[in-house]
Design a protein around this ligand. Sequence first.
Ligand code: NAP
Length: 301
Amino acid sequence: MKQRILITGATGMLGTNIINVFKDDNRFEVYGISRRINGKINNYNRVITDITDNNQLLKILKQIKPDIIIHCAANTNVDDCNDNKGYTYKLHVDATRTLAKFNSRYIYISTDSVFDGQKGNYSEEDKTNPLNYYAATKLKGEKISLNTNSKALIIRTNIYGFHLEKKNSLVEWALDNLLLNNEINGFTDVYFNPIYVSQLAKIIKETIIANNISGILNVGSKEYISKYQFLVKVAKVFNITKSLIIPKSIEDINFAAMRPRNTTLNLKKFQDVFKEVPSIDEGIMKLRNDYDNFFSNKEEF
Ligand SMILES: NC(=O)c1ccc[n+]([C@@H]2O[C@H](COP(=O)([O-])OP(=O)(O)OC[C@H]3O[C@@H](n4cnc5c(N)ncnc54)[C@H](OP(=O)(O)O)[C@@H]3O)[C@@H](O)[C@H]2O)c1
């Protein structure tokens, strides 16, 4: 019998990639929740709802009876989370509680920004200390997930890629400007080890098939690099001169919400399970391929 898999955040950067890795696999029946329809992705059962409506969410869970839930929905706009705390709490905490409580296998997508970025190379056991409301509520979501679902898997990560409908993610913002020959700033003092979103989607599927991983798992790329170095690598595979990327300190920019400096994730546990850790160069090559095949004709680029 097919396993029913329910993905929240189905139209988001990660959600669309997760749907892509499951939709043609006949062992799974795929359901995806979002607030709006996105006509560019199909072959899954669309469920249109706002998951902050708890009664509606419960009704949907009882109807679909998913065997597996992958909870990706979030408000990834860090400043907007600070400005809309009530709604953000309902989304990141209350909806998460309802999803985690449901009797099914459950994966919660979390973030490297649960750390304050003072030391970097964070293991799964390191002390968390979120600097902004987005990260604080994502961390609360982690704790609720672990406390209410004994099979919960929490994936801490940082991702890059494209949205089906362009958003202001790091890569989209950078390419939007660089391809127009506009200069952009790249932080030389903010470090991360992000993973290309399609690589993460495949890893998530592997954890579901292996069916023996729970607790917190860091997922990223093996190299720790600054945002500046990352943007230079992206520019290189797009044959764009790196002189358009201006090295800056995060201190030079006045963000409304505080951002951590070094959220690099230690991948020892990941390596023990998966043996091979993805590399950033590999990820950026995939990004370029996907751009050429799917995204280059979007009118914004
Ligand atoms: N992007 C990053 O750099 C990054 C880094 C670390 C961790 N993460 C985590 O990775 C996960 C996926 O991120 P992403 O970049 O794929 O996010 P995204 O592209 O911003 O997508 C968010 C998704 O959530 C849905 N959503 C938002 N509010 C909702 C609501 N109230 N009810 C129902 N659906 C709602 C959105 O669809 P609608 O707008 O149509 O509802 C969309 O499908 C998130 O949990 C995030 O915290 C992301």
